[in-house]
Write a protein that binds this ligand. Structure first.
Ligand code: HEM
Length: 337
């Protein structure tokens, strides 16, 4: 099989030593990103919290934005909830729901993947298994919260997200406030990233030969067109990174998209090649790395396997929702075979 080249998405920085930008640093080399993610002297920017049941409360209670002393206990709550789920069962459930959706719309000859499948199936399957009383209603609520979850959301989006958090709490199984928040946190973390991974695999892989395994396709999509392009840390002291002096309190933007194409980690980096050795950083690394990796891959594989069987590409490359760190197509049409 001859593998295609997949060039970087627009705005992907080149790989090199840390670059000072706007009072902080942009980190692009694979080894430097790993060094930061595994060094406790770099911390996640902490969310302050807010009145119970609001978006601010959710952000202040989930492990994702917790200070180092609160992080392990809160992460353990999410990991325990995930431990009850079997990734293989998630994959089958996602495939079944994808089949059913395609059956319903097949007469139209084409289907819009992002709204019908990528943004819906993984969340609905997960919400059902996490015990939410109304998994279908949970999907738009989680999507609304996800849109306001990261710093910098506008006040209208935050007000909408407050109402969505209340709705999600009302349909959650009984639990302590901290356990309920971290259960909802799993869904919110899953939302955009899993949809973006499915979007990338449809965009680049729908026409791939059947001999290419879906797991191999997803692995290279995560490397070459990552749905999570970057994450943030703050230095807690004067630190040295990649030959540069990082000042105390300096913010760092760790660019997974650039680091995944670092030729020192992935030779001939722009070429799609199944089964590459070497770490892909799109799920992060270290004690804050994604605990839902196997679940995300299983859910995406369930959707993609069915789409590869039943559909073929249609239309021009998609447009992407504007976002500082995520890359998720807004709209992606495919045709039935
Ligand atoms: C393709 C899909 C996904 C990608 C690329 C992704 C990526 C990431 C990354 C990069 C982080 C770490 C952020 C950082 O260190 O700053 C993270 C954290 C997290 N992810 Fe995922 N994720 C995905 C899907 C999921 C799914 C499906 C779940 C749950 C079922 C999930 C749950 C979480 C949680 C709870 C955290 C926070 C962990 C902590 O606080 O220690 N993610 N994810």
């Amino acid at each position: 099989m001859s593998w295609p080249m997949i060039p970087p998405a627009p705005d992907t920085p080149a790989c090199g030593p840390p670059v000072p930008v706007d009072g902080g640093w942009v980190v692009t080399r694979h080894a430097d990103v790993v060094a930061v993610l595994t060094d406790p002297r770099y911390v996640v920017p902490v969310a302050p919290g807010g009145p119970p049941g609001t978006l601010a409360w959710l952000r202040g209670t989930v492990s994702r934005f917790s200070a180092p002393d609160r992080h392990p206990g809160r992460r353990a709550l999410g990991v325990a909830a995930l431990g009850d789920l079997d990734p293989e069962e998630l994959r089958h459930a996602a495939a079944r729901q994808t089949e059913a959706t395609l059956d319903r719309v097949e007469a139209a000859g084409r289907v819009e993947v992002m709204g019908r499948l990528a943004r819906r199936v993984p969340l609905e399957v997960l919400a059902a298994r996490l015990g939410l009383a109304d998994p279908a209603a949970a999907v738009p609520a989680v999507t609304t919260v996800a849109a306001a979850y990261h710093p910098g959301a506008d006040p209208v989006a935050m007000a909408r997200a407050d109402r969505a958090v209340a709705a999600l709490l009302a349909m959650s199984p009984p639990a302590t406030a901290e356990a309920a928040a971290n259960r909802i946190g799993l869904l919110v973390q899953a939302a955009d990233a899993t949809a973006g991974l499915i979007g990338a695999a449809v965009r680049h892989g729908l026409a791939a030969p059947a001999a290419l395994g879906t797991a191999d396709l997803l692995a290279e999509m995560l490397r070459l067109d990552p749905p999570v392009r970057a994450t943030r840390r703050v230095a807690t002291g004067a630190l040295r990174l990649g030959g540069r002096e990082i000042g105390p309190d300096a913010p760092l933007l760790l660019r997974f998209d650039a680091a995944n194409r670092d030729p020192a980690a992935h030779p001939d980096p722009d070429r799609f090649r199944a089964g590459r050795p070497g770490a892909v950083l799109t799920f992060g690394a270290g004690p804050r790395g994604c605990p839902g990796e196997r679940h995300a891959l299983a859910l995406a594989a369930g959707v993609i396997e069915v789409l590869r069987e039943r559909c073929r590409p249609a239309g021009p490359p998609p447009r992407y929702a504007p976002h500082p760190t995520l890359r998720v197509p807004t709209n992606l049409e495919v045709m039935f075979r």
